[in-house]
Design a protein around this ligand. Structure first.
Ligand code: IMP
Ligand code: MG
Length: 182
């Protein structure tokens, strides 16, 4: 689906919001920044499954420092286009992060509840540092107080899919990011 600006599928209308080229460029910039900030620190980048798997894969390949990768799995949507507001951990995270530099890698921050949940999840651990990167931020939609250290793109409050982001588990394989029109 490369280079397609607008298409329809299964009665849904997809409008390109961020192109493959724009994503690649911005991911490179974020990777350069992380490589500078974490030089000689061998950070552990922890991807938030499922949505962040493509972003994380591209991000680390643009980084030119030693780093490690791990994953947490949480869910909040349960299938629809509106978050249930109930965040659940879907996979036990038992890696030792004490004394390590941790970077949590998210696909998108919407209400902020997932970021908050992750902050609390790591509150009982003793990392050397803990930062959050999200490719996307719906800047007008926060309902809790949260902080991101690195953001790829600020986007409007619309439901988006592609580049790892899903609607009902599908559309993650689209190369660009699309607004799924109501
Ligand atoms: P939050 O907890 O409301 O900030 O939502 C964060 C999580 O909900 C993200 O990690 C995504 O998995 C999912 N999400 C939020 N907005 C969207 C969207 O527009 N498309 C697909 N998933 C989304
Ligand atoms: Mg996510």
């Amino acid at each position: 689906m490369s280079g397609i600006k607008c298409f329809e599928r299964n009665g849904e209308k997809y409008l390109e919001l961020i192109s493959e080229d724009q994503i690649r460029q911005r991911v490179k910039e974020l990777a350069t920044k992380l490589s500078d900030d974490y030089k000689d620190k061998c950070p552990i980048l922890i991807g938030v499954l499922n949505g962040a798997f493509i972003f994380l894969a591209d991000l680390i390949r643009e980084m030119d420092i030693d780093c490690e990768v791990d994953f947490v799995k949480i869910s909040s949507y349960g299938g629809g286009r509106v978050s249930s507001g109930q965040i659940k951990s879907k996979k036990k995270f038992d890696s030792d992060v004490d004394g390590r530099h941790i970077v949590i890698v998210e696909d998108i921050a919407d209400s902020g509840r997932s970021i908050k949940f992750l902050e609390q999840m790591f509150a009982g651990t003793k990392p050397a540092s803990l930062r959050f990167v999200s490719l996307l931020l719906k800047e007008d939609n926060a309902v809790v107080d949260f902080k991101l250290d690195y953001v790829g793109f600020n986007i409007p409050t619309k439901f988006v899919v592609g580049y790892g982001l899903d609607y009902d588990q599908k559309d993650r394989n689209l190369r660009s990011i699309y607004v799924l029109e109501e």
